[in-house]
Design a protein around this ligand. Sequence first.
Ligand SMILES: [Zn+2]
Ligand SMILES: [Zn+2]
Length: 174
Amino acid sequence: MSCVNHHQCVEQALARAETLCHRANARLTPIRREVLREIWSSHEATKAYDLIERLSRHGEQVKPPTVYRALDFLLEHGLIHRIESLNAFVGCDHPQHPHQAILLICNDCGDIREEGSEAVHAALATLASSVGFSPWSEVIELRGLCRDCRLARERKAAESLDHSDTHEPNGTAT
Ligand SMILES: [Zn+2]
Ligand SMILES: [Zn+2]
């Protein structure tokens, strides 16, 4: 997880959602709020069936359509992003500015980082119009390793090289 105090991330996300919904004259009902909180429980992807299961933990069974409607609401108001390649959802960090997200998904730790690039979106728009194509949606998802996981792998690789040099089975612990 790439944040120091995740509790704060969640509280900020919920406060932002309250403000945005108020401004849009929309209601962040208890179920919508709970779904958003569950999605924000990590910076990783959350699947709809996990939401249904987690929300049903405290007694009453939450029905799938209820959760899907809440997800539609959160998507519509830009509070979450759908990760198409994982069929899952992640909270949006800056829903106050409507945007197309570029999602960087770490294969090792599952962390999802959101980036924006006007240049990338403009290039795609130019590409589409050059062939007369009218796009309805734009999905950009990069799969790979985040910086921490990449460095961890490099360290591991370097260590195993060291070990093969010195024939030390256990090496030095870090
Ligand atoms: Zn976003
Ligand atoms: Zn990672």
